[in-house]
Design a protein around this ligand. Structure first.
Ligand SMILES: *[C@@H]1O[C@H](CO)[C@@H](O)[C@H](O)[C@H]1NC(C)=O
Ligand SMILES: *[C@@H]1O[C@H](CO)[C@@H](O)[C@H](O)[C@H]1NC(C)=O
Ligand SMILES: *[C@@H]1O[C@H](CO)[C@@H](O)[C@H](O)[C@H]1NC(C)=O
Ligand SMILES: *[C@@H]1O[C@H](CO)[C@@H](O)[C@H](O)[C@H]1NC(C)=O
Ligand SMILES: *[C@@H]1O[C@H](CO)[C@@H](O)[C@H](O)[C@H]1NC(C)=O
Ligand SMILES: *[C@@H]1O[C@H](CO)[C@@H](O)[C@H](O)[C@H]1NC(C)=O
Ligand SMILES: *[C@@H]1O[C@H](CO)[C@@H](O)[C@H](O)[C@H]1NC(C)=O
Ligand SMILES: CC(=O)N[C@H]1CO[C@H](CO)[C@@H](O)[C@@H]1O
Length: 517
């Protein structure tokens, strides 16, 4: 009897846990997780003469995989051809992640303990999608239930009233749990940024806009140091930071939520003269500084002006940017920036769909939206094709309204919580990211992949792809088929003539293929 039970358990474990699909009609579908069940991604051992093929489709397959043989002859005569060349390496990949905002933590908290654990496991655990980055705001953002800073006592120039808030307790509890479940906890990189100084330190006396008063340059650096201390005391080490979130927002009079203006010159000089020395003196010597943390269209202007300051050019090792309002501005800006500053890494630090400004006529949360998943996967492909090293999603979890958000700036999220049912929904956006995050570990390189065939080319390209070489010498190819028809594709490997792949990509589908180089 005992043996029979063990056999059943082993059988289930080997099979992996599939998606419990919930369809939202023509929009797409989600996978439902609860306290006792959540789909996982299985990664079987790769054999030399086989490739693994993971598929997600609009009609509801999520990360289904198969083990396949390479083709020996040219079978599909009219297929598009993708030729990989791992001798041509581009940038190193750092990883993928999301933001533990107040809203994310509060939403996770609405679920039972077991369901919470399944949610965190989905992102960070060994059966999850391999996240290694977490963005933590310093105090409030719009995705908080109220405007606040860590010291809202006007004129408290000794910061004696500085304190974390209740939301930090939840965030820290989850961060600790995440460290416990990650396959390699040392790979976790937590980075942080402040949306605004306390209102009373600003010329406007307002959390929403304005600049830091120069007499508080040192005090505000001390405030940020206190945040580092408070998290460190609770066992959380911060890997990196940006001096401020979307610094240009603060220039807009009556901007709708927490922001503070930094011109690039001031961001540079404040970091060089106040922030970096203060953190360094307090023992935070290896903190990674990233400049800008604002929209792509500010490239390369913003970093140009930060790096005019020679000292800042030394201190900042990366450039952070966000995904919004980019349709008008080409990714070429990323390449220009890379070419000017080849030793600075470039990382995308905030993305989401469903913003009012980009789609006023669509719902903020659109459950099951395949189209939004497609936006994510295309974005990641495009950005990683232009020297970007990492991609970090916005809120790890939101509720069905797309909040909480104290100014009702609701948006969509890869995971939506459904507390009434003690469930959460993993959306196509979640799987879009996982096609990379699960298979492209830190230290992988983007490699050359040459496309031949009409539907690859130009703005109307219906197939997009990118390829990587991992530290374990695996080739990983991520492909998206945007067509309503299936497409035959041949993948050739310049270094391995015998490793030819002939596959048929179903309509509206995401793919990851991996094999030993
Ligand atoms: C599909 O999305 C649209 C908005 O894009 C929404 O109005 C509609 O209710 C959604 N359908 C389902 C079945 O969820
Ligand atoms: C969780 O979902 C699974 C799969 O749909 C179902 O079998 C199980 O009963 C659910 N558990 C709870 C507690 O609802
Ligand atoms: C791959 O090749 C092996 C040995 O030739 C064969 O047994 C197996 O069925 C093939 N697998 C597939 C998916 O075609
Ligand atoms: C397969 O054959 C077609 C037609 O002969 C050719 O255009 C295509 O490049 C070939 N593909 C491969 C992978 O050799
Ligand atoms: C809930 O989870 C926390 C850690 O996440 C754990 O310490 C606690 O024991 C759990 N409580 C129950 C009732 O399982
Ligand atoms: C601020 O701190 C001072 C001294 O520690 C204390 O007396 C005061 O009550 C605090 N003010 C607030 C508003 O918490
Ligand atoms: C989401 O959170 C906001 C803010 O707390 C709340 O107003 C809204 O009702 C919530 N939505 C759902 C579906 O619970
Ligand atoms: C952050 C960023 O620049 N994201 C861009 C990456 O590529 C997509 C296009 O696929 C743009 O829309 C994003 O804005």
């Amino acid at each position: 009897m005992l043996r029979a039970i063990i056999l059943i358990v082993v059988f289930v474990a080997v099979k992996g846990d599939g998606c419990i699909q919930l369809s939202f009609g023509k929009n797409g579908s989600v996978c439902v997780c609860n306290s006792t069940y959540c789909d996982t991604i299985e990664v079987p051992q790769l054999q030399k003469d086989q490739f693994l093929w993971y598929i997600s489709t609009k009609d509801g397959k999520m990360m289904d995989y198969s083990i396949n043989n390479f083709s020996t002859k040219n079978e599909s005569k009219n297929s598009k051809v993708l030729t990989l060349d791992s001798s041509q390496k581009y940038q190193k990949i750092f990883g993928f992640g999301g933001a533990m905002t107040d809203a994310a933590a509060l939403n996770i908290r609405t679920l039972s303990n077991e369901t919470q654990q399944n949610l965190l496991e989905s992102y960070f655990g060994s059966t999850g999608i391999g996240y290694t980055y977490i963005r933590i705001p310093i105090a409030g953002t719009d995705f908080s239930t109220r405007p606040y800073s860590y010291d809202d006592v006007p004129g408290d120039i000794t910061l004696s009233n500085f304190s974390l808030v209740e939301e930090d307790d939840y965030k820290i509890q989850y961060l600790q749990h995440i460290k416990n479940i990650m396959p390699d906890p040392d790979s976790l990189r937590i980075f942080t940024t402040s949306w605004s100084a306390p209102s009373w330190m600003k010329n406007t006396d307002n959390i929403k806009w304005g600049v830091l008063k120069s007499e508080y340059y040192q005090l505000y650096a001390d405030y940020i140091k206190k945040f580092f201390d408070a998290y460190k005391e609770r066992g959380i080490e911060i890997w990196g930071l940006t001096p401020g979130n979307e610094p240009l927002d603060g220039l807009v009079p009556f901007f709708p939520f927490n922001s503070m203006f930094w011109s690039p010159e001031k961001e540079a000089s404040w970091t060089v003269n106040y922030l970096a020395p203060t953190l360094s003196k307090a023992g935070y010597k290896d903190v990674v500084y990233m400049a800008m943390d604002d929209q792509r269209y500010e490239l390369p202007w913003y970093p140009d002006n930060v790096f005019k300051n020679e000292k800042a050019k030394e201190i900042f090792s990366g450039i952070a940017f966000h995904w919004y309002a980019d349709t008008l501005f080409p990714p070429l800006l990323l390449t220009i920036t890379h070419d000017k500053y080849p030793d600075k890494f470039i990382i995308m630090t905030e993305a989401c769909t469903g913003t009012f400004s980009t789609n006023p006529f669509e719902p903020r949360v659109c459950l099951g939206s395949w189209e939004r998943g497609e936006q994510y996967i295309l974005d990641i492909i495009e950005n990683l094709s232009h020297w970007v090293s990492g991609w970090v999603d916005w809120n790890l979890a939101l509720n069905e309204t797309g909040g909480p958000n104290w100014v009702e700036n609701y948006v969509d999220s890869a995971i939506i919580v459904m507390p009434q049912k003690d469930e959460f929904y993993k959306q196509p956006m979640f799987y879009a990211i996982s096609h990379f995050s699960k298979f492209v570990p830190r230290g992988s390189y983007v490699i050359s992949s040459i496309k031949e065939g009409d539907s690859f080319l130009g703005k109307k390209a219906k197939i997009e792809s990118i390829a990587f070489l991992t530290p374990e010498q695996k080739i990983v190819v991520v492909i998206v088929n945007k067509n309503d028809d299936s497409v035959a594709l041949t993948i050739k490997d310049k270094q391995n003539a015998n490793k030819m792949i002939n596959i048929n990509l179903p309509p509206k589908s995401f793919h990851t293929i991996s094999y030993l180089a």
